[in-house]
Design a protein around this ligand. Sequence first.
Ligand code: CTP
Ligand code: MN
Ligand code: MN
Ligand code: MN
Length: 452
Amino acid sequence: ELHAAKEESKLVSKYECQRSTPLHHQNENLTDALSAVEEEAEILDRKEDYSRALAFCKAACSLKCLTKPVSSIQDIKGLPNIGDHSRDIIKEILENGFSREVERIKNDHSLQKKKMFMSIYGVGPSTARKWVDVLQLATIEDVINCPSINPRKEARLAYGIAFHEDLKQQVGRTTAMRIRDIVHNELKTLDGEVTVEVTGGFRRGKQFGHDVDLLISHPVEGRETGLLQKLIHRLNSKGLILHGVMEESTFSEEMLSKSSKLTPKGQLDHFEKWIGIMKFPKNLETTPQDSVRDRKETIKDEFKEEGKKRIKLDHSLTVTDHNHIGSGLQEQINKSFQKSSTSYSPSPASLPSSSDLSELVKLAQSEREWRASRVDLIIAPASQYAYALVGWTGSKMFNRSLRLYAQRELDMKLTSHGLFDMKQRKPIQASSEQEVFEILKLQYRNPEERNC
Ligand code: CTP
Ligand code: MN
Ligand code: MN
Ligand code: MN
């Protein structure tokens, strides 16, 4: 039926967290266009003013939850969060097949350069604008050779520039699961009961990600303390760490009743964590078992991409399953891993001691058997685990909506640490994600439905 989306539009809830938002959907031509405009706003607008970008993002979110393609502007009558500007873009695409604004963005060389620079780890909009508009830089080589850029002060940026080739390459799902296993194996030598979960985009069903987000916990409250330091020490002695920054926990009970403003260091929460770059054997993704699995997933993805059929996510292929790979495969990983870790890894002492950019560029361009990947390691105490899992699964937009909903509709403060009832002035414990949704009086959404 041609206008099937019309009936649906009227039923879409106000908050994104009240809807099911799959990774792939029926209106990707429209949401891709809105994302392009959102991205431009994010790059060009003043620091801290995300309102314009947010408006495009919210409009795209509304379209993502429709299960039918929109064929006329009448179809989205009643659909929440579609502003005038977004409506104009949608209308033009429906009528002409393209949007002049999106075409202009695609052909804006200055913007595209800024976008490219923002794919460097450690570069945000203001740095990207400065490099293009003030310093007139166009390529990574320009950055490396620019005398007025001194990343010595900021190690993260130096590594980001030097290893851009590695880091811009997305991490595949198989690699993410391997990285989890490697980290878990090291943790097991410290404490057999430690748990490690892949969160972020992979948990929401994505096949690729810009990093691997690992949430680490222990069933016994308090036993998680000190683990991260020891873990990093072990990983480092195996030559698996390229660069990273440790953040101590800054959590205290009073924070439960406060909104989750950015911490002084720019983090969204107060967990102890390690944000960095790890080194992995290049062959991590190439065992026969994996290529079969990857092929399966690629086929599945192509089906969805072409929108031939709406295929429900096959749960046998989701994260939970990957987490329990057989012990034979595990042994294989360990072997390939140990073999290469002795041959490729420089001892910690032979790593460049400063973040001298040219030294790092030399290292990046040298013959090596490893590739660099971004990894986030987060430590959550058992009592906060359910909330931490929701927070670190995302998406960012889903979290934003959950928090707004909790505040406006229930007078409760939701963070990755817990939920605080403002009326009764007390925190509410939850031991699972299901329970978190229950307390919030929301229908439970699988991670795969949180892709807004
Ligand atoms: N997050 C957070 N605090 C941070 C960074 C991230 O709570 N300091 C949450 C975000 O809300 C996000 C999740 O952790 O939902 C993962 O963040 P990120 O890796 O940035 O995004 P992904 O959704 O995993 O996307 P990608 O595949 O690009 O990594
Ligand atoms: Mn897609
Ligand atoms: Mn991620
Ligand atoms: Mn991350």
